[in-house]
Every structure is written in structure tokens, then in C-alpha cells.
Design a protein around this ligand. Structure first.
Ligand code: FVH
Length: 288
């Protein structure tokens, strides 16, 4: 079967991993990188373009994996995009993705934005769990979905070009809260005779056991009823906050990672919503 040829702009850690995956699947590939030496490992296996314009001209399907939005603007400033299918895998905000989609449309290109939920070693590895959120032109995704799914699973989340970034950033934000809790937990045991490697499986198992609460919370958000089905309500949770704070202080650990969440929780309880759970906090957070 003929494999779709494509162009990849950006051969950083992620770009290089993407390039290897497409080459392994026998897709004819044209690559370009601002610093030419980074393209050296691909010479002879991919066409190495001297300029971004030359790389874009080579194929209809053009994938970008650059550092940030400024690098896209710099790279594509004077490049002819008419008739191109532009796929942006550079991490950015939903607003930037929507603006870039409009910018591409004005230049005669179809546009798809992507949010990569993987790190480079997961790329091109079946079963790694890595995937990419895509949003934007449904026609582009329909036509090139199979090619885009070569490095990692492809999940289309809607025609609004901002949705891929929205999903990406929402998942990363959830992960950030998890990281904060993990850092605090290890800080508590740090000066004690508890080995971090013995504690780690306990923490990982506990977090895994707790994670399914997101489903009940989501159901309450959709129904608008924030109390039905609540197992451990905010009144109970916030009553335990004092114990968590006192333990942190006794252990010589700053409460700076816990304090903002506790403040939000206690504000919501004080407003008379102690019988709710995190679903109520979601709406309070939005209300400011
Ligand atoms: N690596 C990761 O774990 C994450 C996983 C999730 C998704 N991210 C995003 O992927 C984008 C690229 O990330 P990366 O890991 O490839 O990043 P670097 O290795 O730092 O490579 C950056 C490339 O961008 C080029 N570049 C930077 N500035 C410019 C510019 N002004 N004009 C043109 N190109 C530019 C850089 O070129 P060079 O420094 O070699 O010349 C690299 O090719 C990113 O959005 C992550 O958030 C990765």
C-alpha cells in the first residue's frame, strides 16, 4: 500500500521520535530543523530540506513539532501554505490554537491542532498508552487520520481547533495536582525511618484506588445535583484539614502546596455546601 508522504518541521526530542516512527512505517518523509545538525541522523533515510519553505513545498501534509507558538510564527512567517494540510503538534493554549487555525485558513490551508499525551520514548511503541488529541478540520483528520496515528493513537475531539489544547492542558493540570500531592507526601516521611522506595508502592496504590472518584464527580457535574452519591463530603474532608496541617508543621514541612485547595474547600463549606464534594468546588472555582 502506498504510504502518504509528509513533511515534519522540528527535530527536537519529540520531533525526532515522530520522525523515527513515520520512517519505521515506511512513510516518505521530508524533515527540516532550524539547527541543521539535528537533521544529520535522518540523512539518507528522509529528505532533508535546507529551509522551512522548501520542506513545506515538498508535501501536502505538513506536521509542526516546535518549541512554542513563537517558533511557529518565526518558522512559517513567509512560507506559502496554499493547499497545505497543516498539523500543529506544538504545545499551546486553546486560544492560540484557534487563532492559528484562522491564520492557516486565511492562507488557504486546512488546519488540525494536536496535544501530545506522551513523552518521546512512548512514541512509535504500540501499547505504550501514548496518544494525541486532535481538533480542527474534520476533513483533514478523515483523510490523514491513519498517517497521524502511526506515532501514537489519534483521538479526534472536535471541530473547534482549541479543543485538543483544552483537553491536553486539562489533563496536564490534573497531573500537576497529583504531582503536588506526591511531593508533599514524600516530604512528610523524608526525615523519618521510612524508606522512599517502600513508601512509593503504598502511595501509588492509594492514588490508583482513589482516582475513580472522578467518574462520580463528573456525573454530579452533568446532573447539577452535587450531593447525590457523595461518599466523603466536604464537611468531613475539611474537618481533616487541621490534622494534615498540624502533621505538616510537626514534620517541618511547608503547607504551601495544600493551602490553596484547603482554602477553597473551607470557603465552600462556610457557604453552606458541606454536603457536596469536588463537583461543588469545580463551580466555585469558576465563580472565583
Ligand atoms: N518532550 C516531551 O516530553 C513533551 C511531551 C508532550 C509534548 N511536548 C511538546 O512538543 C513540542 C516539542 O517538544 P520537544 O521535546 O521536541 O522540544 P525540544 O527538544 O526542546 O525541541 C524544540 C524544537 O523546536 C525548535 N525551535 C525552537 N525555537 C525555534 C524557533 N524560534 N524557530 C524554529 N525552530 C525552533 C528547536 O530547534 P533547534 O533548537 O534544534 O534549532 C527544536 O527542533 C513542544 O511544544 C513540547 O511542549 C514535548
Amino acid at each position: 500500500m502506498t504510504k502518504t508522504p509528509l513533511t515534519l518541521l522540528g527535530l527536537g526530542a519529540m520531533g525526532a521520535a515522530l520522525a523515527e516512527a513515520w520512517l519505521a512505517a515506511d512513510h516518505p518523509l521530508t524533515v527540516w530543523n532550524r539547527t541543521p545538525a539535528r537533521a544529520d541522523p535522518f540523512a539518507g533515510r528522509a529528505a532533508v530540506a535546507a529551509t522551512a519553505a522548501e520542506a513545506v513545498a515538498a508535501n501536502r501534509l505538513v506536521v509542526l513539532c516546535l518549541l512554542d507558538e513563537d517558533s511557529i510564527a518565526e518558522t512559517l512567517a513567509d512560507v506559502d501554505l496554499a493547499g497545505k494540510d497543516l498539523v500543529n503538534l506544538t504545545t499551546g493554549t486553546p486560544a492560540r490554537a484557534r487563532a492559528r487555525a484562522e491564520w492557516a485558513r486565511e492562507r488557504g490551508a486546512r488546519f488540525l491542532d494536536g496535544g501530545i499525551m506522551a513523552v518521546p520514548p512512548m512514541i512509535g511503541v504500540p501499547g505504550s498508552g501514548g496518544y494525541v488529541f486532535y481538533s480542527g478540520s474534520p476533513d483533514l483528520f478523515e483523510e490523514h487520520g491513519a498517517t497521524l496515528a502511526v506515532p501514537a493513537g489519534a483521538r479526534y475531539v472536535g471541530e473547534d481547533a482549541g479543543f485538543a489544547a483544552l483537553h491536553d492542558v486539562a489533563l496536564l493540570s490534573g497531573m500537576t495536582g497529583l504531582f503536588a500531592g506526591v511531593v508533599h507526601a514524600f516530604a512528610l516521611i523524608r526525615e523519618e525511618e521510612v524508606r522512599p522506595t517502600s513508601f512509593a508502592p503504598l502511595l501509588a496504590d492509594w492514588l490508583t484506588a482513589m482516582t475513580p472518584f472522578v467518574h462520580g464527580l463528573a456525573e454530579r457535574l452533568e446532573s447539577g445535583d452535587h450531593t447525590t452519591g457523595v461518599v466523603s463530603n466536604l464537611a468531613m474532608q475539611s474537618a481533616a484539614n487541621a490534622t494534615l496541617v498540624a502533621t505538616a508543621e510537626d514534620q517541618g514541612v511547608s503547607t504551601e502546596l495544600l493551602a490553596p485547595y484547603f482554602a477553597l474547600e473551607e470557603r465552600h463549606v462556610a457557604a453552606g455546601h458541606g454536603d457536596e464534594d469536588g463537583a461543588g468546588l469545580v463551580d466555585r472555582l469558576r465563580a472565583g
